[in-house]
Design a protein around this ligand. Structure first.
Ligand code: PLP
Length: 393
């Protein structure tokens, strides 16, 4: 099948939910993907931060195929040693108490929202249900997580949205203080807004919000769906901010390419979920768990985290020598690039033609390379990026 035939079928048979780049990818190894015609692409996207170990990593492939040939699914009516191992490992790495396993970032956030509201209901009764999120945030595509998302463009068509969200300006403590009224049960935030344009929060701001929340018994929920699983050079980004959230959500890179989300709770909220209050059919699927165990065994060590920071610094220093680069934001291997010509979309399209996959976020170029990318692959990609960027100047 050639690309045109695939594109034609996509148009005819798939709901047109996505604006896709004109390429059909069929295989990959490390940080290099291959399209249906055999052309190679250096991948600086890792499937939007999902393939943390790159394409078809040896250990990951083995863990997944062995598990697929052993037991592919049970239900959550039965115990699973793989689930308990994932939960125990995650709690150890994150310093949290308990885990709920699900299948996506939006689901992890749904779980966090339910926990926040039930925690408050159990303790204070009705009337304390509002969750404050940040302007420009992104928390998912379900009707409730769209409501949680602090961007007006997402609040269309699907009315009525779930009530009980308020939006505070990022890095504006006074605005947050004003929004923390008596009806608020939680604050939910990304520490580096990913889809919002790789916008980091200030450390002082985050620490002050954490303090305010603690004083008022308002839960602090940190959405680590994009920033988590070593992406920023810390296993979870909050570990570099000097705070301990009450609830953490995780997904994207967690199982290295299989669907898995997790909602982690600290001491306060560890017992909020009781039988009957939450559940999922697929969540904690054995194959996804086997994949996650492989990822967790690889990416959480201090040496690996240091490597992520070093590779990120290396990429940043090379980027700063490229024409058309105006500003570089982010942390570790979560990198946003503001271009002089404000032409990120054009650059991303041209990169594809030249054999490099990059993302955009708002008006920025965004790089989320696999965490295991080699320096050779980085150089190969950056050479293409440099030529492409400078050709668009
Ligand atoms: C991607 C993302 C989500 C949604 O995750 P899905 O797996 O697509 O549901 C939520 N929050 C943040 C910060 C994300 O980057």
């Amino acid at each position: 099948m050639n690309f045109e035939a695939i594109q034609q079928d996509e148009k005819q048979y798939m709901m047109q939910a996505y604006g896709r780049f004109p390429v059909a990818l069929v295989s990959g190894k490390g940080a290099v993907a291959t399209d249906v015609s055999g052309k190679e692409y250096v991948d600086f996207t890792s499937g939007i931060g999902v393939n943390s170990l790159g394409y078809c990593d040896e250990g990951w492939t083995k863990a997944v195929s062995v598990q697929a040939a052993t037991l592919q699914h049970i239900s959550n009516l039965y115990y699973s040693p793989l689930q308990t191992e994932v939960a125990k490992t995650l709690c150890g790495i994150a310093g949290m108490e308990k885990v709920f396993l699900c299948n996506s970032g939006a689901e992890a956030n749904e779980c966090a929202i339910k926990i926040a509201r039930k925690y408050s209901f159990d303790k204070y009764g009705e009337g304390r249900q509002t969750i404050v999120t940040l302007v420009n945030s992104f928390h998912g595509r379900t009707v409730t997580t769209l409501a949680a998302t602090g961007q007006e463009v997402f609040h269309n068509y699907f009315f009525p949205f779930t009530e009980g969200f308020a939006y505070a300006k990022a890095n504006d403590l006074e605005d947050m203080n004003q929004k923390l009224t008596g009806d608020v049960c939680a604050v939910m935030m990304e520490l580096i807004q990913g889809e919002g344009g790789v916008m980091p929060l200030d450390t002082e701001y985050v620490q002050a919000v954490a303090q305010l929340c603690a004083e008022k018994d308002i839960l602090l929920v940190v959405d680590e769906v994009q920033t988590g699983v070593s992406r920023t050079g810390h296993f979870y980004c909050y570990q570099g901010y000097g705070i301990t959230p009450d609830v953490v959500t995780s997904a994207k890179g967690l199982a290295g390419g299989l669907p898995m989300g997790a909602c982690l709770s600290g001491k306060k909220t560890a017992d909020v979920i009781v039988p009957g209050s939450h559940g999922t059919t697929f969540g904690g699927n054995p194959i996804a768990c086997a994949a996650a165990l492989e990822v967790l065994s690889r990416v959480a060590s201090p040496e690996f985290l240091r490597e992520v920071r070093e590779k990120g610094d290396y990429i940043r220093s090379k980027l700063s020598q490229i024409g058309n680069v105006k500003e570089i934001r982010g942390q570790g291997m979560m990198i946003g690039i503001v271009t002089e010509k404000d032409n990120a979309k054009e650059v991303a399209g041209k990169c594809l033609e030249n054999g490099l996959l990059v993302l955009t976020a708002k008006t920025l170029l965004r790089l989320l390379p696999p965490l295991t990318i080699t320096y050779e692959e980085i150089d190969r990609g950056l050479t293409i990026l440099k030529e492409t960027m400078e050709a668009t100047l």
